[in-house]
Design a protein around this ligand. Structure first.
Ligand code: ATP
Ligand code: K
Length: 541
């Protein structure tokens, strides 16, 4: 991939942080024992740094005073290999500053001096027309005067350069600027300020996006903190969940996300999902480090993080395969065998197929999904139609989560209806899982609910009004997912203090609900893969 040529037009601030025991009241004088510290900040600078550290060829157009703060910031920009030829110096104002007081409880109060940032004029920008004209994309935020952004975006548009507007901090924006914007990247509050529509779930995010599309914007990216991020184009949309990490300081998370995304996104947006994932990894690193600019990771750190997750995935695959082999080795001959769905079950299907061939076993199978049916047919296994039999002897299936009582959730792979049908016909149900699946409780876990397409919205509203945080399941390409039986899936979150049996009954009683992913009292034996396979038997539990 060629490095992207990015021009950031935006703010530079120096944060002056004062740690105090408690706030002085008006008229009061207090002694403090730590002197103020200066840190680089400002949304423009943060986003430029994030892009540069991710390998983009980054030029920063910003206005600084002739002072020590400017010297400190310029040195940092150069260390990050940014092009500083278009940094504008002024004698009229000082470099932007934020005076931040933090007390012992972590509470802060902030005074911002816009300074040179607020003096950035359209003429300043026009003087650097050349840099803007030859960029791949231009990024701006709202910590500089809007006329300067309009001037920059006009030059960009005249030259076929893509424009990204990060509408932060939240404020109203003239239509003229929105019309010049290709990609807008608000967080949830900023989106609400601009559209007047709430942002609470995927449906409302899409409603927000439609409002932006009506202004001529081609792509909308909404970041929602530890929940993740959403993108929409008129052709496709998807929600990408944030990584679960231990956040210590989320300062610069949004800026990292935007800079990292801009460094990776192809100009035709064709790799939007990969770019979003990269940005997601980047900002998940930022939130694990205190501070702003020092917490923005570089490409090597981000790639290492992506790699680490891949290695972890290899281990998980090995555990799934181990559990599957263990189960397959213990299946008796002359039975009707239910074959589960999903990746772990696929390992099982291959393992039992191997035994059937080698030992000439007489085992007939029933599949729980079209995917498994196809796999088994390819392997030329003896398949039965579920409608022609009364009972299944043993079913081996995976599970998304399973608690200490061997109650579990299935349906992550969207096959829950058939899985439940076959499970309920089975004399014995064995679940095979990797080590990430057993959990103390199912509270807080995602639970899929299969709904008929007609009337799905009614169920969605019911779930939303009852605090279940519902979200429709989408395909990777942004299309709404349909199950093997042509239904939709809504994922909900199991609330604290939920009575699982009551929840299961309540869901079943909703008109439009076909089935849900709670499998209570069904699993007889749990096999957990690993170097040492563990087996938990319900009758001995
Ligand atoms: N606690 C967290 N854990 C993991 N990832 C996070 C967390 N907070 C933020 N992120 C990541 O950072 C992205 C941007 O965060 P957020 O939506 O908070 O931006 P923002 O409001 O512009 O942030 P800020 O103004 O603090 O820079 C999220 O979409 C997510 O990928
Ligand atoms: K941080």
């Amino acid at each position: 991939m060629m490095p992207k040529k990015i021009v950031v037009v935006g703010s530079t601030n120096v944060d002056k942080v004062l740690n105090v025991e408690k706030y002085a009241l008006p008229g009061e004088t207090l002694a403090i024992d730590s002197y103020q510290q200066s840190h680089g900040g400002g949304k423009g600078a943060n986003q430029a740094i994030a892009a540069a550290r991710s390998g983009a060829d980054t030029t920063f157009i910003t206005k600084l005073g002739r002072d020590e703060d400017a010297e400190m910031m310029l040195k940092g920009f150069q260390q990050d290999h940014m092009n500083v030829d278009h940094v504008i110096m002024t004698d009229q104002s000082q470099t932007g500053k934020a005076y931040i007081t933090v007390d012992q409880s972590g509470q802060n109060s902030i005074y911002v001096y816009g300074g040179a940032n607020m003096a950035l004029s359209p003429d300043d920008v026009i003087a650097h027309r050349e840099a803007l004209a030859k960029a791949d994309r231009v990024i701006a935020q709202l910590e500089i005067p809007i006329p300067a952004i309009i001037a920059a975006f006009k030059i960009a548009k005249e030259n076929g350069v893509q424009t990204i507007l990060n509408p932060a901090p939240a404020k109203e924006i003239p239509e003229e600027l929105l019309h010049l914007t290709d990609i807008i990247t608000p967080n949830e509050t900023e989106a609400q300020t601009l559209t007047g529509l709430e942002v609470k779930d995927e449906v409302s995010m899409l409603d927000n996006a439609l409002k932006f599309f009506a202004q001529g914007i081609k792509m909308v990216i909404i970041t929602v903190g530890d929940k993740g991020s959403f993108y929409a184009t008129p052709e496709s949309h998807a929600f990408i969940p944030a990584f679960k990490v231990k956040a210590v300081d989320t300062t610069a998370a949004g800026d990292t996300f935007i800079g990292a995304l801009a460094s990776q996104l192809e100009l035709d947006n064709s790799n939007i999902r990969e770019a979003m994932l990269y940005a997601n990894h980047a900002s998940s690193l930022t939130v694990q480090v205190a501070g702003a600019q020092n917490s923005i990771p570089d490409q090597a750190a981000i790639n290492a993080e992506i790699q680490k997750i891949d290695t972890d995935q290899d281990e998980v695959e090995a555990e799934k395969a181990a559990a599957a082999r263990y189960a397959a080795a213990r299946i008796p001959d002359h039975i009707v065998l239910g074959l589960g769905s999903g990746t772990t079950s696929a390992y099982f299907v291959k393992a039992i197929h191997e035994r059937i061939e080698k030992e000439h076993l007489d085992i007939e199978c029933v599949a729980t999904s079209l995917g498994t049916q196809q796999l088994a047919e390819r392997l030329k296994m003896k398949m039965l139609d579920v409608n022609t039999i009364d009972a299944v002897d043993i079913t081996v299936d995976g599970a998304d989560v399973v608690d200490e009582n061997l109650d579990g959730i299935k349906g992550g792979g969207a096959a829950l209806l058939f899985e439940k049908l076959v499970a309920s016909m089975s004399k014995k149900n064995i679940w095979i899982v990797d080590q990430s699946k057993p959990k103390q409780t199912l509270v807080g876990q995602q639970l899929p609910v299969e709904v008929i397409p007609f009337g799905g919205m009614g169920v969605f509203r019911y779930l939303r009004d009852h605090g279940y945080e519902p979200a429709f399941r989408f395909e990777k390409n942004g299309d709404i997912l349909t199950t093997d039986s042509g239904n939709y899936l809504i994922d909900i979150t199991i609330p604290a203090q939920a009575d699982l049996a009551k929840l299961a009954t309540d869901l079943k009683h909703q008109t439009g609900v076909v089935e849900h992913g709670l499998f209570l009292g069904i699993c007889d034996e749990l096999i957990i893969g690993g170097q040492q396979v563990r087996v938990i038997d319900r009758s001995k539990n």
